[in-house]
Design a protein around this ligand. Structure first.
Ligand code: GDP
Ligand code: MG
Length: 303
């Protein structure tokens, strides 16, 4: 892969893969976005919105961090899609040079413990204690950090606020020494290695979570049926796939208002992301049991 002048390498240059793991909702996507300074991985107040492995890249004069944002661990459902996700999380930790394990300050429950049990023993794991901005009484933090230090042999422990961006440079400094000495793999302007088709689907899916509140189940998927570029215009046809007819009605909304809002906000985000006009058409389709369907899994890139 080509490199540019600012990140051309040199003998001390470091470059490697970093997995960001943790149970749903601890702030992994928020952290990744903050680290790479651009919105790629989707975030939501609801958990489990990240279903894919997403790479974000941070490049400076001395190092390149290639981040992998993994889906959270699934502990509630046992269908095939969720077991695929768990497999991907375990797999993603195997492929990287450093693991960042994210927990919420003052929260360590069975689901966090589940992730700890899967942390690799043969590579550095850095603990990021997120959401410290939530803490009214900062003196409670130290005992929590001490407790966490007993859970696993972390290479470092760094309290952060992903949302507010505090201590992110400390986290970067803690990770850097563990990256191997390598020239950069990506040019500086490559923020994600995911293609626009994938980003388009993620942006529609994010709007579903944001705009439909509690009504919409996690078993919803978005498939891009058509993606074409005509000059400056991108023409995108997307399908929202739901399990049941009543879910379809919820997504469409009264007089089609909800679907219109989903499509409009998704289109605006796409135009910002792609830097050009987008024509977006969104359909809602009912397909029960899709999460167990091998063909859909293939479309999502699992098989
Ligand atoms: P993920 O499931 O681990 O990827 O978590 P997300 O990044 O989607 O974040 C889940 C929720 O936590 C969202 O509502 C975020 O805005 C919120 N959040 C993330 N980081 C912080 C933080 O540092 N402080 C606070 N107060 N909230 C945060
Ligand atoms: Mg996420």
């Amino acid at each position: 892969m080509t490199t540019d002048s600012n990140a051309s390498g040199g003998p001390d240059y470091r470059c490697g893969y970093v997995a960001i793991v943790g149970r749903p909702n601890v702030g992994k996507s928020t952290l990744l976005n903050k680290l790479v300074g651009q919105k790629i991985s989707i975030t939501s107040r609801k958990s489990q919105t990240t279903r894919h492995r997403i790479n974000g890249i941070l490049t400076d004069e001395k190092s390149q961090f290639i981040f992998v944002d993994t889906p959270g661990f699934q502990t509630r459902h046992t269908n095939r899609l969720n077991s695929e996700m768990n497999r991907m999380v375990t797999q993603s930790m195997r492929d990287v040079d450093v693991v960042i394990f994210v927990v919420e300050a003052m929260h360590f429950d069975d689901r966090d413990k589940l992730v700890v049990n899967l942390l690799p023993a043969d590579r550095p794991v850095i603990l990021a204690v997120n959401k410290v901005d939530h803490l009214a009484d900062k003196s409670r933090l130290l005992p929590f950090l001490e407790k966490m230090a007993r859970e696993f042999a972390f290479a470092a422990i760094v309290p952060i606020s992903a949302e507010q961006g505090t201590q992110i440079p400390d986290l970067i400094r803690a990770v850097r020494p563990y990256l191997p000495q390598n020239p950069p793999l990506f040019t500086e302007d490559e923020v994600t290695d995911r293609d626009e088709r994938f980003i388009a689907a993620e942006l529609v899916r994010e709007k579903l979570f944001r705009l439909l509140g509690e009504e919409i189940p996690y078993s919803t998927s978005v498939v891009i049926d058509q993606f074409s570029v005509e000059g400056e215009l991108r023409k995108i046809h997307a399908s929202i796939i739901v399990d049941k007819a009543n879910q379809k009605a919820i997504v469409i909304g009264k007089g089609g208002e909800k679907l219109k809002l989903i499509a409009t906000t998704a289109r605006k985000d796409m135009e910002e992301n792609f830097g050009g006009k987008v024509y977006l058409n969104v359909w809602v389709k009912v397909k029960s049991g899709w999460a167990d369907d091998a063909r859909v899994l293939r479309n999502l890139g699992y098989e």
